[in-house]
Design a protein around this ligand. Sequence first.
Ligand code: HEM
Length: 186
Amino acid sequence: MNSLTRVLFALMIVAAAPAFAQQPAPVSAEEQAILDEEARLEAEEATAEASATANDPTAPNPAPAFPELRPVLDEFGGEAGLTALMETFMVGLVADPRTKPFFANADQERVKRQLTEQFCVILGGDCTYSGRDMRSAHVGQNIDRGHFNALVEILQVAMDQHGVPFRAQNKLLAKLAPMHREVVTE
Ligand code: HEM
């Protein structure tokens, strides 16, 4: 090798070095298995997140606004009253053996928040409902009429405990009742 060739050869190695440096270090089978598992979990999380917000475009509006019910919202104590009501409601849902299996492992904070938003919009409040439609939220849960009636009963007990007048309770329940078409699947 003459000196010119030697210099050229050295230059080639220097030029190629960064490329070599960027090569990922070889991974063992165990490390690869961990990486694969991580990728799988990430994909699973992304799917769960998507379905947590997915909506069925053919489902009815889960939070139709009734501006004429704005005085009823006041009888619930406004949005703050609804937030407080949901605390009692969720305690009842988790305590009652008929509804416990549905709510024990649910994201209770999210359900309480979404219910507050939903009821607030229905009662003509200045709120926005950011949850799913009723069909998407309850699909695959095998909810029957008995479960539905149990939930309404527990809601009535909670409303009583919060001093919501009977007439105001019924105004809300009348708007929720038709939702059994999307919620009850059994
Ligand atoms: C008129 C009746 C009902 C209304 C208005 C209602 C409303 C809602 C709302 C707003 C959500 C949250 C949606 C979201 O996360 O985007 C939800 C979720 C849920 N509801 Fe209902 N619901 C009703 C009946 C029921 C019944 C009868 C059951 C079972 C006994 C039930 C079980 C659940 C469960 C377990 C979740 C959480 C689902 C999840 O995290 O994927 N719901 N419901």
